[in-house]
Write a protein that binds this ligand. Structure first.
Ligand SMILES: NC(=O)c1ccc[n+]([C@@H]2O[C@H](COP(=O)([O-])OP(=O)(O)OC[C@H]3O[C@@H](n4cnc5c(N)ncnc54)[C@H](O)[C@@H]3O)[C@@H](O)[C@H]2O)c1
Length: 353
């Protein structure tokens, strides 16, 4: 890519900050917007200012604005002042449990904020590639209808044809989403529409568990990051339901951004892709606890409540074949093992800082 101007929303968050660093390293001009709303959602532990400071020190051509994506006037000003080639939209209220307490705010940020950005793009940078970080929660609890079998440490798909995991053909309506899943599904649909109806270069990526060292991990969001944090700092961890055998697939933020990069080179308007770690990077709760204990040498104090979170997936593995088929240049480069090691190191450094 020759030098481009790239907008990253949620630039102080896990995925946004990875995007900022990645594209800055390649010599592009990166504009980030983040109003540190994660702190408002999750309290001091969710504060992302440390990550913003880290980014400012680590980048060459990064400009940050504390703009709220709900603020259409501020977005109009920003989009009016420069033309963007790529927009990576990661700002969100990201927790389904939290959405229950703040349904209107959740919808305003996730759904309306997304329309605001899509429309600003259509008005000012209609040729730009627009990437929406969506979520597998748009499928609600429909993935739980896939027949499962119980193994010693995890739930597993019972039928051979489900081995690769959940594909984009899973339905997104007539299922229990949580309010977060519903606001993200609204954003996901509107984004598809800007691709299909307006023929803009929009891609929608439905994330599994996204991880990396730059997560401001809190109990309500970022399970691996929070689990590592509790193990390193001696905090307590609560597991909810499914005998602690629920399975998640984990993808490193670097591999997510690499997927966006491949899409941006050759966009397919309105396409939807599942984006997670796939089977190789899948792990159950019990397995994750064992692995992290092994890596840290600490024992984690965890308790179990035999009541699953509403709408929580029992076994979710992203079927990555559609994206790999459309973009053969992309693959998972970070194994679960290396993800965990990096997180443990980052947490230890954070603790001693
Ligand atoms: N982390 C995961 O496991 C996961 C899984 C699936 C999908 N996703 C999606 O990926 C995206 C990024 O997630 P993340 O893990 O990086 O979250 P994050 O909370 O680390 O980052 C989001 C950032 O957006 C900012 N923000 C929130 N509201 C804002 C607003 N109104 N205006 C400006 N900035 C605002 C926050 O301050 C935060 O820094 C989200 O859309 C999330 O739903 C995440």
């Amino acid at each position: 890519m020759s030098s481009k101007t790239i907008l990253v929303t949620g630039s102080s968050g896990l995925i946004g900050s990875e995007a900022v660093e990645h594209f800055d390293r390649q010599g592009h001009a990166v504009v980030g917007i983040d109003n540190n709303m994660r702190r408002e959602f999750f309290g001091a532990a969710g504060d992302t200012l440390w990550n913003l400071e880290r980014l400012k020190a680590a980048t060459k051509n990064f400009t940050h604005f504390a703009v709220d994506i709900r603020d259409r006037a501020a977005l109009g000003e920003l989009f009016g002042s420069r033309r963007f080639d790529l927009i990576v939209h990661c700002a969100a209220q990201p927790s389904h449990d939290k959405a229950r307490d703040i349904p209107i705010l959740d919808f305003e940020v996730n759904a309306l904020g997304t329309v605001n950005l899509l429309e600003a793009t259509r008005q000012h940078s209609p040729e730009a590639v627009f990437v929406l970080m969506s979520t597998n929660k748009v499928y609600g609890d429909a993935p739980n209808e896939v027949p499962l079998k119980e193994l010693e440490t995890r739930w597993e798909y019972a039928r051979a044809e489900d081995f690769e995991g959940i594909s984009e053909n899973c339905r997104i309506d007539r299922t229990l989403h949580s309010l977060f899943g519903a606001s993200k599904a609204a954003a996901d649909l509107v984004a598809q529409e800007y691709g299909r109806y307006f023929k803009m270069n929009v891609g929608v990526f439905r994330g599994g568990c996204l991880t990396g060292p730059s997560h401001s991990g809190v109990e309500l969001h970022g399970f691996l990051s929070y689990l590592v944090k509790c193990t390193v700092t001696g905090g307590k961890y609560k597991v909810f339901g499914y005998k602690a055998k629920q399975v998640r697939d984990n993808i490193h933020s670097h591999d997510v951004i690499r997927a966006f990069e491949e899409f941006a080179k050759n966009p397919r308007p309105g396409e939807v892709y599942n984006m997670g770690g796939g089977r190789e990077n899948s792990v159950s709760m019990i397995e994750a606890i064992d692995l992290i204990q092994e890596k840290t040498g600490n024992r984690i104090q965890w308790t179990y409540k035999d009541e699953a979170r509403k709408g929580d997936h029992i076994c979710y593995i992203s079927d990555l074949r559609k994206f790999q088929n459309h973009y053969p240049g992309w693959q998972i480069t970070r194994s679960l093992n290396s993800i965990l090691e990096e997180m443990v190191d980052a947490q230890k450094q954070h603790k001693s800082a």
